[in-house]
Design a protein around this ligand. Sequence first.
Ligand SMILES: Nc1ncnc2c1ncn2[C@@H]1O[C@H](COP(=O)(O)OP(=O)(O)OP(=O)(O)O)[C@@H](O)[C@H]1O
Ligand SMILES: [Mg+2]
Length: 327
Amino acid sequence: MSSTPDLLKSRDGVLDSALRPTLWDEYMGQGHVKANIKVLLQAAKKRGDMPEHVLFYGPPGVGKTTLAHLVAITLEAPLKTTSGVAIERAGDLAAILTNLEPGTVLFIDEIHQLSHKIEELLYPALESGSLDIILGKGPSARTVELTLPPFMLVGATTRMAQLSSPLRSRFGGGVYQLDFYTDDELRSIIARSAEKLGIDASPAVIERIASRSRATPRVANALLKRVRDFSEVHERPLTPEVCDEACQLFGIDSLGLTKDDRRYLETLRTGFKGGPAGVRALASSMHEDPDTIENVYEPYLLRLGFIERSSRGRILTDEGKRYLLQS
Ligand SMILES: Nc1ncnc2c1ncn2[C@@H]1O[C@H](COP(=O)(O)OP(=O)(O)OP(=O)(O)O)[C@@H](O)[C@H]1O
Ligand SMILES: [Mg+2]
């Protein structure tokens, strides 16, 4: 049975796109980011220019891809989606950029995965809308400068620390951090999703799901769908008690934490005497990938105040210890 981090690790593309807001009013929270982006887009539209490039960063499932879609919708522009890992060779980038319809929003997801070489090629494209292509080899090789169709780059990453500072500085339209969501915002998101999916969810049910959603819209939507499945299979109306039973079956506790989160905290407590523990050492003793530890488990545990990150590694806080004693 998959648990909440799995709901985060694996993107349910079908559910994501079925529930993805297509209007700004449906995009809850992140008020600061929304206000800035709207000004950027409106000003550019007024001038008849493409807006400057922007970057969104934050944990998985908090709405980065959704924002890229909203940017394209607002500009009434085509959206071309790719990812850092898909652009392997210089030719891949050249093919994408030279084939863009003028005025396209180019969304590069997980942009921290671009290689250094590709990044360097991207700089002139971002600064002056041109691409330097080397034709031929050896002494007869020459560089040709191609003028690109105008485009706006929207980058997204879950790993801001891995982004080079020269690349970061090329986002003239701003670098925006997306935050976790409040319970209030999550409740609005769940209510809208329930309506869209035709699920009859009372405020008490919505409340229950919100409190177990790790402050993350994608988890909220996935959990809503799974408790609905549970109530249908058991032929019982969707009540808060049914939500509790479903969550118990999924291994999700009242804070939205799972056995994997508890295993992380327990490893830190017993294997490393509460820390400090380096992320690699922790990952290896949990047989997990350090990236998953850092980007899936830790952001929410940090937010709960159960762990702290210090220069020497992760530390289990008193609150984290108390949680372990109770669970
Ligand atoms: N602000 C929001 N308001 C309403 N729904 C949201 C919001 N943000 C995200 N969602 C919902 O959560 C789903 C996941 O969001 P999205 O795909 O944009 O996350 P992401 O940050 O791109 O995640 P990842 O890092 O895994 O790519 C969306 O399809 C949408 O249904
Ligand atoms: Mg995304």
